[in-house]
Write a protein that binds this ligand. Structure first.
Ligand SMILES: *Cc1c(COP(=O)(O)O)cnc(C)c1O
Length: 362
């Protein structure tokens, strides 16, 4: 078997070995066509069947009801930070945002370029180490939508439960936790996620949106940045990122074979519990960053007594075959990203390493 690292990268991140091997098998010749999937027309039968099967798999795994469109776009989640306000804001309306940290702040910054924004809640006073409770939300009456970041990849916080809103569409950045657990899609107006954390490689962004939100934007918006353009043409208006979509297809098949969203959640919780137990049971040697009720099951952030010791931890972990444990440069500390494709065994190995490190450096 390949010599695989214990991969805790934050994104792009680990993919299932099985998916990589399958892609390798089909890399040069796809499905008896005499060419790679990368070499064929996106308007041909072979590619189209992958494209529409990928959509069908997403619909099945997330239980997406009728009345929602699934789009495969480019430009990453970062482009959605702009596309959301460009398409959904109009004069007299405000984009309401929950400020939970680094990614939320980027979404807010983009929205300000296109209209009025409001902060419906913020956890800045707690250094973004928690997500606000639903009761804290203060949504303006003229809100076009409420935007929140499902999982703050850098801080390591996650919404355990999403607000249920009647009057305002809920728009959620799920880049780092889509399909980590089952969802009730009908609760949302729009969901977006770059694929490179939980669903595949970089290059494709998934957007799931309610059809009634797709209309003519009230401001001038380039054709490529209108949801309507892609919704009308099933994400085939121009050349889609065909190889990335193919990789998402294989990853979704792997999720389905593994038992779907509920099975993902079970394993993700098991992995997160192993790590949080190792942190909490270390007698204060390791300290979790996120407040307990807001802890992410995707990105586990923690600290040691000082930066010197953290540096040593990163260095020694790398020597032991672990990758990606250094925290984001904005916040420092340590972070283990344990997305769907990270095996429980990698987490067990990390827990053993943490115990050993403590013993050697206690
Ligand atoms: C990684 C990430 C992004 C940025 O995604 P890109 O695809 O690189 O633009 C946005 N939001 C969250 C929550 C992320 O984790």
């Amino acid at each position: 078997m390949a010599n695989r690292a214990y991969n805790f990268n934050a994104g792009p991140a680990a993919l299932p070995l099985e998916v990589l091997q399958q892609a390798q098998e089909q890399f040069v010749e796809f499905d008896g066509t005499g060419m790679s999937i990368m070499e064929m027309s996106h308007r041909g039968k072979s590619y189209e069947s992958v494209h529409f099967e990928t959509e069908a798999l997403l619909r099945e795994l997330l239980n997406i009801p009728d009345g929602y469109k699934v789009l495969f776009l480019q430009g990453g989640a970062s482009t959605q930070f702009a596309m959301v306000p460009m398409n959904l804001l109009s004069p007299g309306k405000v984009g309401a945002y929950v400020h939970t940290g680094n990614w939320a702040s980027k979404a807010i910054k983009e929205a300000k370029m296109f209209g009025e924004t409001a902060i419906a809640a913020s956890s800045e006073a707690d250094a973004f180490m928690r997500v606000p409770s639903v009761a804290e939300l203060n949504i303006p009456e003229n809100a076009a939508y409420l935007h929140l970041t499902s999982n703050e990849t850098i801080g390591g916080t996650q919404w355990a439960e999403y607000p249920k809103l009647d009057s305002v569409p809920l728009v959620v950045d799920m880049s780092s936790d889509i399909l980590c657990r089952p969802l009730n899609v009908s609760q949302f107006g729009l969901i977006y996620a770059g694929a490179q954390k939980n669903l595949g490689p970089s290059g494709v962004t998934i957007v799931i949106l309610k059809e009634e939100l797709i209309g003519k934007p009230s401001m001038p918006v380039p054709t490529m940045l209108q949801y309507a353009t892609h919704a009308k043409s099933d994400s085939l208006y121009n050349t889609p990122p065909t190889f990335a979509i193919y990789m998402v297809n294989l990853t979704l098949k792997w999720i389905k074979k593994s038992g779907g969203a509920a099975a993902m959640e079970r394993v993700n919780r098991e992995k997160a519990e192993l790590l949080y137990e190792a942190i909490d049971g270390s007698g204060g040697y390791y300290r979790g960053c996120a407040q307990p009720g807001s802890r992410s099951i995707m990105n586990v952030t923690f600290r040691l007594a000082d930066e010197e010791l953290e540096k040593r931890f990163v260095q020694q972990s790398e020597e032991a075959g672990f990758v990606g444990l250094k925290g984001h440069r904005d916040v420092g500390g340590l972070r283990a990203s344990i997305y769907n494709a990270v095996p429980v065994d990698s987490v067990r190995a990390l827990v053993a390493f943490m115990k050993d490190f403590k013993q050697r450096n206690g």
